[in-house]
Design a protein around this ligand. Structure first.
Ligand code: 3HB
Length: 325
């Protein structure tokens, strides 16, 4: 298990103690996220905190990585109650609450990370972000992680090889459904415990990016790494509507600007970083096999038929994605 996750188990209660001590202290804003310190999302959060400090902003931003404030479901609740101020989230918990977010799971919506960044900078993505107001949140913008790939313990070279495999997913309905349609047994496993789950065979394969495959060393237990680019993976920066309402207009404007600036850097950084992580894996001796959409048989089209009926944003986002291809 990677060192930062082991450390995290011990630091969880310490973090919660300092968290409660800090609660009610209007000079400190708490930003929670699930990624470990070396991950690009955490680096972005830390860079934002440093910029606020350098600018002499009236509030300090404390960053709690590795799920120190809880998992995403718990952190979302903290945001809604105003007990946490800001969070960087995957779309997982949001898609379970707001059907608009299902659109980001459209298989092969983005052809690569550069295209994904353009989709996330478009007007439909902004409308989707605004829907978070309905559940007591304020959307600050999007970042993203690398495109999704498949890492498997055994030999997987064709569609048939996926059948019946336990595939790790993040816990939400649109993604789980995709993997059902692909004939697998989707199994929700959070990133923090994925290394052990994969190493001990609790799952046979995972829906993951090159970044974590490299950093968390999933490749060490993999016979197959498939370069599928089958889905994009947005990050959503959210503020608590309750803490936001307590801020002055000037502070909101300043924070919005700082977040937008750093999120734009994060978005574009993945355009090169995603390829960079793939190349580093190759340097580590990993055999990466490119497969195309046919690999998944009818699953992508079946997913689209089903989910475009459930959320009009599936079609809306697809149309915009096609226009910026
Ligand atoms: C994930 O696969 O659960 C995940 C990956 C990331 C960032 C956050 C979550 O790169």
């Amino acid at each position: 298990m990677p060192k930062w996750f082991v450390g995290c188990i011990f630091c969880f209660s310490a973090a919660m103690t300092s968290f409660s001590a800090a609660s009610g202290n209007g000079d400190v804003m708490r930003l929670g996220l699930i990624t470990p310190p070396p991950h690009q999302w955490t680096k972005t959060a830390t860079a934002i905190a440093a910029e606020l400090e350098k600018d002499g902003f009236s509030k300090k931003l404390s960053v709690f990585p590795s799920g120190q404030l809880g998992n995403e479901a718990q952190m979302l609740q903290l945001l809604q109650t105003g007990a946490m101020d800001i969070g960087f989230f995957t779309t997982s918990e949001l898609a379970n609450r707001l059907p608009q977010f299902a659109a980001f799971y459209t298989p092969y919506l983005a052809k690569d990370a550069a295209h994904a960044a353009r989709i996330l900078s478009g007007t439909v993505a902004v409308e989707i972000l605004a829907s978070t107001r309905k559940i007591g949140l304020v959307g600050l913008g999007y970042g993203m992680a690398g495109m999704r790939q498949i890492v498997a313990r055994g030999q997987v070279s064709g569609y048939g090889d996926l059948k019946g495999l336990k595939v790790r997913v993040v816990p939400d309905a649109p993604l789980t459904d995709f993997w059902y349609l692909a004939g697998t047994a989707p199994t929700a496993i959070p990133l923090s415990v994925l290394y052990d789950a994969f190493a001990n065979g609790q799952v046979d394969a995972m829906h993951i990016d090159f970044e974590n495959t490299l950093r968390l060393k999933f490749y060490q237990h993999a016979k197959s790494v498939l370069y599928t680019d089958h889905m994009m993976f947005p990050m959503v920066a959210l503020a608590s509507a309750k803490s936001w309402a307590r801020m002055s207009e000037d502070d909101k404007k300043y924070l919005n600007n700082v977040f937008q600036k750093h999120l734009a850097v994060l978005l574009t950084s993945y355009v090169t970083a995603d390829q960079g992580f793939k190349e580093k894996l190759i340097e580590e001796g990993v055999n990466i096999v490119k497969v195309d959409k046919d690999f998944f048989g009818d699953a992508p089209d079946n997913w689209y038929d089903r989910w475009s009926k459930r959320s009009p944003y599936v079609q809306k986002l697809k149309e915009e994605a096609d226009s910026v291809r």
